[in-house]
Design a protein around this ligand. Structure first.
Ligand SMILES: NC(=O)c1ccc[n+]([C@@H]2O[C@H](COP(=O)([O-])OP(=O)(O)OC[C@H]3O[C@@H](n4cnc5c(N)ncnc54)[C@H](O)[C@@H]3O)[C@@H](O)[C@H]2O)c1
Length: 261
């Protein structure tokens, strides 16, 4: 009885999910979680090698997955991702925009091209993906669900990561605006804001001093593990469990945004 109840709430059998940035550390864990819940997962990203490794891992665990190469800063590349996915699975039930880039440079020294790289890689890429996939979902019989990835820096800006913090604050704002826009079109749009999880894009910014500061300001006094995001991902994306949730920003951060010592 309880397994049946949980399957009804969170089971994703027969549904498809695209994870852009499924090639990365957090996106990879999300791909694994979605596949374990029964979804057919399209691992999408720029690195074919990493994407294919993730697909192989999912298949070895008994899940269903495929890789599609995409550059989320390119409209044409995203349109091609949409068209290829529609050919493979008819409905695109879920999309996670989990790509991201970072940079840590003193404010007065930020070169224009680095500013644009971070704003484009986080905000513009998320906007383009939403603009392409939300209307596609709205015309599907079962609608769809989009999960953008923000950050605790959307709420509390982080020193030396100016463009990144600004881009993530804008991703949260865009998510809420799109949630309103699509609320009656059967498309839900939410944003997950992780705390600190060591990964590729933040390796360079996690120096000794910053790690000490983060630990001091994280009530749980540790980094997150990528798989600790999966529960929130399933809740926000699930057609049944999340059906009245839209425009929400959910923080998974060990309490980082909850308080100041
Ligand atoms: N790791 C953390 O502590 C943390 C905290 C808050 C938010 N985030 C966010 O989570 C998301 C995932 O980050 P991560 O920590 O797993 O980093 P990561 O570097 O491991 O993964 C990011 C992935 O996105 C891919 N990518 C980057 N630009 C792309 C593009 N234009 N098109 C397609 N793919 C692209 C990269 O190749 C990489 O595989 C990012 O949006 C990041 O800002 C991470």
């Amino acid at each position: 009885m309880s397994a049946e109840f949980l399957t009804k709430l969170f089971g994703l059998d027969g549904q498809s999910a695209i994870v852009i940035g499924g090639t990365g550390v957090l996106g990879g864990a999300m791909c694994d979680g979605l596949a374990a819940a029964g979804a057919f997962v399209i691992v999408a990203g720029r690195s074919r090698e990493r994407g294919e490794k993730r697909v192989q891992k999912i298949r070895e665990a008994g899940g269903k997955a495929d890789f599609i190469e995409v550059d989320a800063t390119s409209r044409d590349s995203l349109l091609s991702l949409r068209d290829q996915t529609v050919k493979m699975c008819t409905n695109i039930d879920m999309l996670i925009n989990c790509m991201g880039v970072n940079s840590a440079i003193p404010y007065e020294e930020i070169p224009d091209d680095d500013w644009h790289r971070v704003i484009d890689g986080n905000l513009t890429a998320t906007h383009l993906a939403c603009q392409i996939f939300a209307p596609q979902m709205a015309q599907q019989p079962n609608g769809g669900s989009i999960l953008n990835i923000g950050s605790v820096t959307a709420h509390l800006p982080l020193s030396r990561v100016f463009a990144y913090s600004a881009s993530k604050a804008a991703v949260v704002n865009l998510t809420k605006n799109l949630a309103r826009e699509y609320a009656t079109k059967n498309v839900r749009v939410n944003v997950l804001c992780p705390g600190f999880f060591p990964a590729e894009q933040n390796r360079a910014i996690l120096d000794k001093e910053r790690v000490e500061n983060i630990m001091r300001q994280t009530p749980m006094a540790r980094f997150g593990e990528p798989e600790e995001l999966v529960g929130a991902v399933l809740l926000l994306l699930s057609r049944e469990a999340g059906r009245f949730i839209t425009g929400s920003a959910v923080y998974v951060d060990g309490g980082f945004t909850a308080m100041r010592f």
